[in-house]
Design a binder for this molecule. Structure first.
Ligand SMILES: [Zn+2]
Ligand SMILES: [Zn+2]
Length: 404
């Protein structure tokens, strides 16, 4: 365990930056940007790190909106991850503006107490979590080589402690420290038929919309016969161009999720069969494309999670320790297969879950900001434990080796 003076100094550094961090968080919130287009967030976050003396590399690892900011030197090396992409139409409905400042806050806390040669903190700006897999691109470019452990936080509407439950508002900081996030894989399907006048000569046509609807319906029937922790969900992105023309081309996108990569692979075969059958029965041609890289399930490191829970408790925050399935997915899952990782979820007062406009509103609240800083202090203290306690880091690595 890190000594109390270091913890206090780190917390003080985070607290001292509170208003700066709040400003940056609100600025990102007010300017929501989609994955790989987060130019404003990239600018304000790197400017802040620069102003605080981090060695900042903008557009790191060949990704325009990624960054790397380093403080301290020597080993061990801890990576603290920021996210800052938004969702189409509903802005920061996943609260990534809070994740962004949680990473910076943690970095500032560590920078304040890492003495000469005691270790390095790398604050990584990881774009496009909502589907683009920015962390996978960074990992492929070597971002996690030489990293001993990776840490990040995520907000959620976890309202389970301390009196706020009846009102639907969260009580004290609370969360699922070991969310079981599923593996996921994207699928794009295209059907090609033959156009014809829909009334005058429909017998000359091959209906690509019929093919897509048949495939969609088959997937809907398949859903009854999949495991409770598997998911299939999708949208039709092209359904034809005119009511009086037999649709020649249609298109849809799906997400397929399961407990781990093997479960997703098993489900992929069954989903694809739905579309292949539809192609055969309608005479249309199917083209499909799997997403370039799926997301792995999240392998939360138990030793690091235990340290985080203990640190949060000393800050007056209660985190549930039992694994609970969040049914969401994250590219942090891929990172968790590369290095020992944690991705604790902390509660903010929200009456709606992530990806709902109500959560967008919650992510800008003053209370959410305070919760974010408290969670960041706990994460920072956990990193201090890993720097200062070689046995803990070794145990975390041993567990990682045994479970991945
Ligand atoms: Zn999200
Ligand atoms: Zn998110």
């Amino acid at each position: 365990m890190a000594d109390d003076a270091a913890r206090a100094d780190a917390s003080a550094a985070i607290e001292a930056a509170s208003s700066e961090l709040r400003q940056v968080s609100l600025s990102i919130h007010a300017n929501p940007e989609l994955g790989f287009e987060e130019r404003h967030a990239h600018e304000v976050l790197t400017d802040l790190l620069d102003a605080h003396g981090f060695a900042v590399e903008r557009s790191a690892y060949g990704v325009e909106t990624a960054f790397k900011a380093v403080a301290g030197n020597g080993g061990p090396v801890m990576a603290v991850l920021c996210e800052y992409d938004a969702l189409p139409g509903i802005g920061h409905a996943c609260g990534h503006n809070l994740i962004a400042i949680s990473g910076i806050a943690t970095g500032l806390g560590l920078q304040a107490v890492l003495g000469e040669g005691n270790g390095t903190v790398v604050v990584l700006g990881t774009p496009a979590e909502e589907g683009g897999g920015g962390k996978i691109a960074l990992a492929d470019a070597g971002a996690f080589e030489g990293v001993d452990a990776a840490l990040m936080l995520h907000p959620a509407p976890l309202a389970r402690a301390g009196g706020g439950e009846a009102s639907g508002l969260a009580g004290p900081v609370d969360g699922l420290v070991r969310p079981l996030m599923t593996a996921t894989q994207g699928l794009a399907v295209d059907f090609y038929g033959r156009p014809a006048h829909a009334a005058a000569s429909p017998w000359d046509g091959l209906n690509a919309l019929d093919a897509l609807v048949a495939g969609y319906s088959a997937v809907a029937m398949l859903r009854q016969h999949i495991r409770p922790d598997q998911r299939i969900h999708g949208i039709i992105t092209e359904g034809g161009t005119a009511t009086n023309v037999v649709p020649e081309h249609t298109q849809a996108r799906f997400g397929i999720r399961g407990r781990d990569r093997a479960a997703v692979d098993e489900l992929r075969v069954r989903v694809l069969a739905c579309f292949e059958g539809a192609a055969q029965s309608t005479g249309c041609r199917l083209e499909y494309r799997w997403g370039a890289s799926g997301y792995d399930d999240l392998r939360t490191n138990g030793r690091m999670a235990d340290a985080f829970v203990a640190n949060a408790a000393t800050l007056g925050s209660t985190f549930a320790t039992a694994p609970t399935n969040a049914y969401a997915s994250t590219d942090m899952g891929n990172v968790s297969y590369l290095v020992p990782s944690i991705h604790p979820m902390f509660g903010i007062p929200a009456q709606f879950a992530n990806h709902h406009p109500g959560f967008t509103e919650a992510a800008a609240s003053e209370e959410a900001h305070e919760r974010t800083l408290t969670a960041a202090k706990a994460l920072c203290h956990t990193a201090l434990d890993l720097y200062g306690d070689a046995d803990l880091l070794a145990a975390a690595k041993q567990e990682f080796g045994e479970t991945v």
